[in-house]
Structures are given as C-alpha cells and as structure tokens.
Design a protein around this ligand. Sequence first.
Ligand code: ATP
Ligand code: MG
Length: 635
Amino acid sequence: MTILVEQALAELTPPQASASCWNEGSLFVLAGPGSGKTRVLTTRIAKLLSDSPDKSFRVLALTFTNKAADEMSARVSVLVPDQERRALIGTFHSFCMQMLQQHGSHIGIRPDFAIYSLDADRQELLRDALKQAGLGYGDIKLLNIIDKLKSRLISPEESANSFRDKEAGSRIANSYRAYENALLRANALDFGSLISAAHSLISNNPGIATTYRRTYKYWLFDEFQDTNDGQYRLIRALAGDSFKNIFAVADDDQIIYQWNGASYQQIQRFRADFAPQEIQLPTNYRCPPSIVMAANRLVIHNSQRTETKLPLEAGKKNLRYPDGTHISLLRFSSDTAEAAAVARGIKSIDKSLWSEVVVLARTRAMLERIQQALSTAGVPAAIAQRRDDFRSPEFLWLSAVLRQTLRPLDTRALEALIGAFNRWWGTELQVGDIIAAAEVSNRSYLDEWAAAVPPQIDAAGLKLAELTAKYGKEPSRFRHFIDAVIQDLPTGDESLVDLAEDRNAWNDLNRNISRAIGRDAPLEQFLQELSIRSKEPPPVKSMVALMTIHAAKGKEFDHVFLAGMAESILPSFHSVKLGENSPEMEEERRNCFVAITRAKEWLCLSYADTYGNWGKMPSRFLTEMGFELPQTYSD
Ligand code: ATP
Ligand code: MG
C-alpha cells in the first residue's frame, strides 16, 4: 500500500476504515448524510488498486452523475497516481454506453450509435414517428410514460398489459413501439434504452457478463438508494449467481428519485440477493450539531425507513461559529421581500466565499426569482440546471459541430448545427436554403453554411463560424478545433460570457472526457461521451450557485440558503393534496432532509406569507424540526 493511501485510511474512523478495507464478500453501508460514505468508497477504490501488484486488476465504481464520477476519479488519481484506467469510474449510463460500444453488435447495435439526451430531440423524434404511423400527437407526457416503462425494462409488446384501461394501454404500446423503431432507424439510443439494451445484451449473452466479472474484481456503488428497477436488474444479471464482491453505500432517508423508479425495494432486493455484511456509520462529519439535530427530528416523521438505522450523531470538529448560531429562520411578508433578503444576505458574505454558497429551493421559479434579485444586487449567480433542461450553448455547439463533422451528409446533424448557431447568435439561417445551395454548388453543407453566415454578426460569431468551417471538415483535427475555440475566440463579448469567463469549463470538459475514454479514443466515442454529459450542467465557478434540491444531492457547501419553506412549496402542492401519510409527502420530507444536510457551516431557512397572490402557511417541516416560528417579519 502506498503512503498516500495509508494516510487516507488513517484519517478515517474505525468503522469507516473497516468498510474501506473490507476484504471479500458483499458489504452494505446504510448511513446518513455526511457520514463519509463517498469518502469511504473512494478510499476503498484507492486501497484496492494500490494493494494489487497485478496491473490488469480492475475495479468498477458507479454513481449517478458525471460530476460525482469525475470527482471520485480525480480523488482516486491523487491517491493512486498510476491508476490510469484501472478503475472504471462512471455513471450507470456511461457504463452501459461503453458496454454497448464494445458488444452492442450482438444485439444489432452499431458502435457509432447516437445518443439522444435532450428531451427536445426526443420529442421531435416521437412526433415524427407518430405522424408517420398515423398515431396522432406525442407530447412530453407520453414520453414520460415511455420512460417509466423503460425504467422497468418493459418492452412495447409487454406494455399494453401494464394499463388497466385496455384502449389506452394499446394506444401507448403502439406509440412506444413507433418511438423505439424510430430510434432504431436513426441508429440512436436514449438514456432509458442504454440501460435496457445493456440488460438485454447481458441476458442474451451470459458470456459477456462472465467477461465483466473476470475483468472487474470488485464493484462499488455510491448513492445506491437511487437505483431503479432496471438498473438493479442490470447489476443482478451482470453478477449472475456467483459474484459477491459488491460494495454499496446508501441512505434510505435520501431517496428523492421515487418518481424515477428509485425505491427502498432495491435496497431490500440487494440484501436478499447478495446477503451483504453491514456496517453502520453513525457520525456526521459535515454539519454542525444543531443541523444534525434538526435533521434527526425531521426524518423520524417518515414511516418508510429502516428501523434499525441509528440517528445521526454530530462529529464535526472546528466549528466556525459558536454552536447554536448555525441556523437562521426568517419570515417575510412576500416572496419578493424573501428574494431580496436572500440576495442581501449573500452580498454581506465575503466575495471570496461565494463559490461556497448555495441557494436551494424546491422549484425553478423560485430560483429564478432569487437569481434576479442577486443580479440586481450585483452578485454573479447561475442556476445549475438539473439534467433535462440543460442547454448550454457550448455543449450544443460542440456536439452539433461534431455530429456534422462525423456525418457530413446527415441533414439532422446539419439541423442541429444551424439550430444551435441561430439560437446562440440570433441569426435566422434556414436548413432548407443551405441544402438547396449545396445541391446546386456541389459544395459541402458546412461550406455552404459558413458562406451563409451573415457578415454583420459579431466578431466572436464570425470567428466561430470560420473555425468550424476550417476544422469541421477534418475529423482527425477535431481536437485542434476545441483547442482553437478555447484559445482563439475573441473574449469580452456578451454572448460569449460563459465561454470567455470560463474557458476552463471547456478545458475541464475536455480533460474529464479524455480521462473517461482515453486520449486516443475515436471521435465517435467523444461525441457519445459528450451527449451523455449534456444532461448535466457545466461546473459553476466563482459564482453563487442556485440549484434545485435534486441537483445538490451528495454535495456540500459552507452556506446553504433554503428558500420557500412554505406549505404547497416544500412540501409540494401535490403532496399536501395527497395528505400526511402519502409516499409523496414522505419524499418531500426527504427532500427537506437532503437540503438541510448540505450545510457545513450555516443554514438559512426562509419563508414568506404570500407567494404571488397566494397566501401560504409556514412549512410543517419547520415545526417538525423543532423551530419556533418567528412572529415578526425580517423584510
Ligand atoms: P451524502 O449522504 O450527503 O452523500 P456522505 O455520507 O457521502 O454524504 P461524505 O461526502 O463522504 O459523506 O463526507 C462528508 C464530509 O465529511 C466530507 O467533507 C468528508 O471529507 C468529511 N469526513 C468524512 N469522514 C470524516 C472523518 N473521519 N474525519 C473528518 N472528516 C470526515
Ligand atoms: Mg455521498
């Protein structure tokens, strides 16, 4: 074992260290927020790698976001500098993507498949597919139903029987089938099909599972409570009956992806199928004691949780503030007053600490209101979007150019490229015009597009067009294109704020992708990896981050502002309607639990008496946590 790993182990408590050093057999750690689960898991990867002299020894570690995987991978690289590709650290989706790149041909999937990660693209595909099949109109709701079916690995054929209403069932089954066929024709997979295709690959080719078991001696899962039915069945199929070296960490009080199929069931199935030993980590090293206490008080109101799980103990040392002053609870007359006060509060914090501040809220609308107030107060802030609604122009642009480069004759790729450019620069180039011009001139789409870019757009736009036209035609030089964009693009332009201020985002992206797939990987893989990442926002730097609670999962910040602590917001309107004992209300409580346990130093909870034209009561969770409600306003 190397000195670095030894040091990392020495910093752990005895139960943490025994989990990190666990030998053979499956192990399950069910423990609360801030108890060191992720740290234990990362240290364990480092320990396994550094213990093994065999360079072909590999481990597999999966989590749910690329960001979390990148962080884990970076941390392991620090502890075991020569880990280079000995640990496959990724998300369920990236893991399945790699599996399908290598073995997909067994089930008819070509390795150069496209990944449809954006809902807008998928909706368009669904609409076209339904139109062609004469099945009417498809909306996001239908797409959500299809996603739910896929997350349970239910095929179009089986889906008809999943609905009580036979007619609706058969309509949905037909639409689902049309959608799947359209994906197939486009040589494309969406996120759901990455998992279901990998599952069917493994089920039909047991030899592949054997290869994985031989290659990866140990498997590790972070945030296991988020696993849905399809993902669990994939693990089960991969493991077969013999594989037992599975290490999973989870917190049942942090299941907030119920709507995506995550449930306590997967934890029970894991216990039943793998009979793991269990270790508890009862101490929270993240939050001050008053926050730990509030979290404990809150979560005992839920009925769906493991009874044997111990309440959290507070173990954080070196508190920045005297205990008892770690939580503020503020009441405002209106949502506008609340947003303004949050902005004032943040402004009063030293600038250099802003990247350690987060504003959390249950809804996007509220985050937007607070972002507005912050911008009025002159505090740079960005909403870190969660997965689906992420549409940074940089990502869209890069992937559009890459698609066009790889498939110069693909008109859908051309559409993506022109669409991205129009959105970014406000131009009105038409796909049809470019195709028509190319047919006459016999020039490439890319040349025609570059010629059509109006000369009056700004310098950065022109430069981008020029660079794209120059490098886009040469796949082999695509990496030069990225470098050129990072280095040569004029800065200081409004429309390029993100890029100019944060070229690092591109650099990071490039580095993280290279770390994930290797520097010499073919461009197709680069594009696939990029598509998978386009579901998530780029990192926010030197700014105050605003996020939904879901996006803050697993993270920690010095200062946490949790706004909108009112009935029908947190808990949501829907859960209030369903009532105190509904699973939805319990999920809302877990949302609140996740939110408050992100704070390392200080937590500010706030609510207003009115939101828009609606009067609202203070959230029931405030009373459950044991707070006295303020009698006066802090406007
Ligand atoms: P979550 O459930 O929110 O994902 P977690 O259980 O994964 O939380 P970590 O993120 O691993 O918790 O750890 C929380 C914080 O506590 C981190 O800053 C970590 O470095 C710190 N920490 C963990 N264990 C110890 C320890 N033994 N001594 C000091 N600090 C620790
Ligand atoms: Mg964690």
